[in-house]
Design a protein around this ligand. Structure first.
Ligand code: NI
Length: 210
């Protein structure tokens, strides 16, 4: 039941409303796109980088500006190890709860924290929430990246076994998978990420950055 609930939430309606957003990479090749939101933080991000390295996997990190400012060494390590960086606002602001001016200023402050590293102009809205007017203003300036597989690693009600099972079940060639390098997600990420990497590597998949 919970399985069904989780993934019927996949935003089919939103993807038709917001067609310029990237929900999945159009490919039949065995390529997957891991994304990690809300870091970088010392408790979790180095673990993620170590696991990725074991499988020669590349990924995309949607960083919160204030975490980048607090943890510049970890941010540099992400870049040095060849991963992509994207903007996730300065302090995880919800587009639904703020005026556009405030929201855009927060994204801009996030850009300052990232410096020149967001080369592909990637942006992921916190909570996946954007007002239509925000979408219209941002879609020309950024590649707005959503997902087709939400792991629910952040949800305290979802056990780690279910996080893993659902991720394995719903991932397809070209999938964009959301994990979180956050304290809330840590126990489930530490369980699921190594198993996802192992499972799909054994099946011949490659993990690429956006
Ligand atoms: Ni987030």
């Amino acid at each position: 039941m919970l399985d069904a609930l989780l993934f019927t939430k996949t935003p089919a309606l939103l993807s038709s409303l917001y067609p310029a957003c990237l929900w999945k990479v159009a490919t039949e090749e065995k390529k997957l796109y891991l994304t990690f939101d809300d870091g970088p933080i010392p408790e979790v991000t180095p673990f993620v980088l170590d696991e990725l390295k074991k499988y020669k996997a590349k990924a995309t990190f949607f960083c919160i500006g204030k975490n980048v400012e607090a943890n510049p060494g970890i941010f540099k390590r992400i870049i040095k190890e060849g991963h992509s960086i994207g903007n996730h606002t300065f302090d995880h602001m919800s587009g639904w709860k703020h005026q556009n001016k405030t929201y855009f200023a927060n994204i801009e402050k996030g850009n300052k924290a990232l410096g020149r590293e967001n080369k592909a102009r990637l942006f992921r809205p916190p909570y996946g929430k954007l007002k239509p007017s925000q979408y219209l203003a941002l879609k020309g300036k950024y590649k707005i990246v959503m997902w087709d597989v939400l792991t629910f690693d952040f949800d305290l009600k979802v056990p780690k076994g279910l996080v893993l099972r659902n991720t394995l079940k719903h991932t397809k060639p070209g999938s964009i998978i959301v994990f979180h390098d956050s304290l809330k997600a840590q126990p489930k990420l530490e369980y699921a990420l190594p198993r996802v990497l192992e499972h799909f590597s054994a099946k011949g998949f490659k993990f690429e950055k956006l």
